[in-house]
Ligand binder design. Structure first.
Ligand SMILES: Nc1ncnc2c1ncn2[C@@H]1O[C@H](COP(=O)(O)OP(=O)(O)O)[C@@H](O)[C@H]1O
Ligand SMILES: [Mg+2]
Length: 369
């Protein structure tokens, strides 16, 4: 049977990653697609009829956007602007955009079609790709070192046990015990450097369930001395994920937050320590250079002193730690697990507000690597 080849063009336009605006002859917005809604953080309903200059022109811009648009409208002459500044929610972002006339029926006034490409996102993608690559090289190095450490440990342990048995003297037992305990400590460390060897088993998971597990673990551990606020969007869809691994990720991040709070008591002289667990749907997220239409976002926020500034950029790298007793493995392992889920972790941190956000795409993440 022939496949029906009629296409709903509205659907097509709404699924484009490019932001598209249509403007009428009064330079008012006539239509915008979903990507454009996301770019300007405005809904179609609110935007229609508004002057497009409100979106496309910032006062500091010397370029006369109004004249250029009117000119294009009159003459049909297309034009392109590179690295134009637009303002979204009081934040400057940079876009390339091209303007062309859309003459869809002789009897109607023409419309202007404006296609916008944010360049900040592209800058961000290449930065992100770079980070991921460096991260992978570092992880391989770490795994190599961990294997080299682990291999002789079994031999040392076995030999020490034999030695203890053949000496059979409590005087020496103290020393052989020290060797065995230290070897065991090293082995645990090497294991955590290697990360989990189990292949993840993905199943449909409601992320609130592991999150609640972690919340009650932390509440018990801290004897309820830290306030934990829940701010959940209970309508979140289920995602394909390995539940135990998600718990590990949330625990690693939660433990860091708890440590940042309990190890810096002087920071809390005039306010209460607090953790916030938040869940949301996030639209249009770029993860590992793939643009996802929507993702589940899980925030673990604390009001501690924040990630030390000198390690903020490299905080997900293995062996980067800001604590005397830290190993610097927690976040690296967590980020690795999230990559295996086609997701990622992001961090933003200033003193008093640190947020680690986990992103899990939910439309396509069951094809996880
Ligand atoms: N919520 C947080 N607040 C302040 N600093 C943090 C937070 N989370 C992580 N960090 C910093 O990031 C470092 C790396 O964390 P991690 O990879 O888990 O290794 P470790 O906990 O062993 O040091 C921590 O040592 C700490 O300095
Ligand atoms: Mg840690």
């Amino acid at each position: 049977m022939d496949q029906d080849s009629t296409i709903d063009y509205r659907l097509l336009v709404d699924n484009l990653a490019t932001a598209i605006l249509l403007v009428d002859s009064n330079l008012n917005i006539f239509y915008l697609n979903s990507s454009c809604e996301a770019l300007f953080d405005i809904s179609l309903l609110r935007a229609v009829g508004q002057p497009v200059l409100n979106l496309l022109h910032v006062p500091s811009d010397e370029f006369n956007t109004e004249e250029a648009l009117n000119n294009s409208m009159r003459t049909g002459q297309p034009y392109t602007r590179r690295e134009a500044t637009i303002s979204v929610n009081f934040k400057d972002i940079h876009v390339d955009y091209s303007v062309s006339q859309l003459n869809y029926a002789k009897s109607y006034h023409p419309l202007l079609l404006i296609e916008l490409n944010p360049i900040d996102r592209m800058l961000k993608i290449s930065k992100e790709e770079n980070l991921i690559q460096q991260h992978q090289v570092a992880r391989q190095l770490i795994r190599g070192v961990a294997h080299e450490i682990k291999n002789p440990l079994a031999g040392i342990r076995g030999a020490t046990q034999l030695l203890a048995r053949s000496l059979n003297d409590p005087q020496y037992a103290e020393f052989t015990d020290i060797i065995i305990n230290e070897v065991d400590r090293l082995r645990t460390l090497a294991d955590s450097m290697l990360g989990s060897r189990l292949l993840p088993s993905y199943e449909l998971t409601n992320v609130h369930e592991p999150l609640e597990r972690v919340r009650s673990l932390i509440a018990n551990q801290t004897k309820k001395k830290i306030k934990i606020t829940r701010d959940y969007d209970l309508s979140l869809p289920e995602v394909f994920a390995d539940r135990d691994q998600l718990i590990q990720v949330m625990l690693n991040i939660g433990a860091n937050a708890v440590q940042a709070i309990t190890e810096n008591k002087e920071f809390f002289v005039d306010h209460q320590p607090e953790l916030i667990f938040r869940t949301r749907i996030q639209r249009l997220v770029t993860i590992n250079s793939v643009l996802n239409r929507s993702a589940v976002r899980i925030d673990i926020e604390d009001n501690g002193p924040g990630v030390p500034e000198d390690i903020l950029e490299s905080v997900f790298y293995p062996l980067v730690t800001g604590r005397a007793k830290g190993t610097g493995l927690g976040l690296s392992i967590a980020q690795n697990i999230m990559h295996q889920h086609n997701g990622m972790i992001e961090c933003q941190s200033v003193p008093g507000k640190t947020i680690f956000s986990l992103y899990l795409p939910w439309e396509s993440n069951h094809v996880a690597k």
